[in-house]
Design a protein around this ligand. Structure first.
Ligand code: AMP
Ligand code: GLY
Length: 408
């Protein structure tokens, strides 16, 4: 198939890599230097124009911004098969208030919350919660619109910095899991569970980022837990919305079961990088089935080896980022390197974004996958490069290899 991949980050490079491994012809709009090595770049964000040039058999959308802008509606109006949600369904991610109220209506477990459209309402709601308290900006914020405040003073300053339209919610304790399914509006195929590492520093310290690394291991959720998530979160969400595309449930596995922290209407980044490393052949056909309403009976197969992606970030990230640092060592890296924030400059590949590269590898067990990913990192260098050295460590510490819901 001719497949058009919309987006320019590491997630899209990983998708393009997997699909090109299966023999599909890849087009990237607007793409990045990594995707350019696998196929043809159409350097535009006018995606309909790109499609009229390429005439793809199938289009897959990576990021949320074009989805929220209605790219799926536009493609469908021209009868072009595309994987993604409509503009209306994309509101599940675009507005936290919409998303929380949807969960409440559909009976999907989530943290207790209050919506606030002004700082006054937000401040008045604070006493309804214990500390730490979670304060979220309503709109899209690239993973940076959430503050966990430890006391009243921090909460007040979060209200002013994130406001005026906010969700204030109860702090949940547990392990976070990224659970993504592919839906054709009726039937769903679940991807393997994965874990992101959102904070910039080791041990989950420092400010939140778009994701500093992820790993995928078949043991993250037990079969029982997976079924619980399907029954209490995924099925009610799909039944209520007829959602199409990738639905990402950011879960907290609490002592009282899985609760949804957020819905995203797309694949996760960087979760997609280790996921694409593990998925086996036929992924392109399953995507086509989803785009055409034929997902019933489809399955995805996964390699048993766990996979790990370590994100290499640019100077300043997640704050003000410096661009234009030359990247060395890409040529002989023993791991797969997915480009996220790079550009081709006068002296070769340079940094051009906060999250620059996703170094991805697998291994016979999680420990070996971690070793292999960091072996890949060790040969790469650019000025200001920083990364977490504990990606996957949570998985290693888990004694049974599953995130236990007590009694299961
Ligand atoms: P979100 O964008 O809603 O997923 O929030 C970003 C991150 O903030 C999550 O990945 C969690 O690490 C943390 N977080 C969000 N909501 C809560 C909550 N209710 N309790 C604890 N941590 C949370
Ligand atoms: N890795 C989190 C996200 O894609 O939103």
């Amino acid at each position: 198939m001719k497949i058009l991949v919309i987006g320019s980050g590491g997630r899209e490079h990983a998708l393009a890599w997997r699909l090109s491994q299966e023999g599909h012809q890849i087009f990237g709009a607007p793409g990045n230097p990594g995707i350019a090595q696998l196929g043809q770049i159409v350097p535009t964000t006018d995606y309909l124009a790109a499609a009229s040039v390429v005439e793809p058999d199938l289009t897959v959308v990576g990021p949320e911004v074009p989805l929220v802008a209605g790219v799926v509606d536009q493609f469908r109006a021209q009868h072009r098969p595309i994987v993604g949600p409509t503009q209306e369904m994309a509101q599940l991610e675009a507005s936290k208030i919409h998303s929380k109220e949807f969960m409440q209506r559909a009976g999907i477990p989530t943290a207790r919350f209050v919506r606030a459209e002004s700082s006054e309402v937000a401040l008045a709601a604070l006493p309804q919660f214990d500390y730490p308290i979670v304060i979220k900006a309503d709109g899209l914020a690239a993973g940076k619109g959430v503050i966990i405040a430890q006391d009243r003073a921090e909460a007040e300053s979060a209200v002013y910095s994130l406001g005026p339209t906010l969700v204030i919610e109860e702090f949940l304790v547990g392990e976070e899991v990224s659970f993504i399914v592919l839906s054709d509006g009726r039937d769903v195929v679940a991807l393997e569970a994965s874990q992101d590492h959102k904070a910039v520093g080791n041990g989950d310290t420092g400010p939140n980022t778009g994701g500093m690394g992820a790993y995928c291991d078949g043991r993250i959720l037990s079969a029982y837990e997976t079924q619980l998530v399907m029954d209490t979160v995924i099925q009610p969400a799909i039944a209520a919305t007829g959602f199409t595309g990738f639905l990402y449930a950011g879960l907290m596995m609490t002592a009282t079961g899985p609760k949804v922290l957020e819905f995203n209407v797309r694949l996760g980044d960087p979760e997609t990088q280790p996921l694409m490393h593990r998925v086996e052949g036929g992924f392109g056909e399953v995507l086509m089935s989803a785009a055409t309403g034929n997902l019933r009976g489809a399955t995805l197969r996964w390699k048993s080896d766990p996979s790990v992606c370590v994100v290499l970030a640019a100077a300043g990230y997640p704050g003000q980022v410096r661009s234009g640092d030359v990247i060395h060592g890409l040529g002989n890296c023993p791991a797969l390197v997915f480009h996220a924030g790079t550009k081709l400059g006068g002296q070769g590949i340079e940094t051009a974004g906060g999250r620059v590269l996703g170094v991805t590898a697998s291994g016979r067990d999680l420990s070996a996958a971690i070793t292999n990913a960091y072996a890949g990192v060790s040969g790469i260098h650019f000025d200001g490069m920083h990364y977490r050295t504990d990606i996957g460590a949570k998985g290693l510490r888990r004694w049974t290899g599953t995130i236990g819901v007590p009694g299961t």
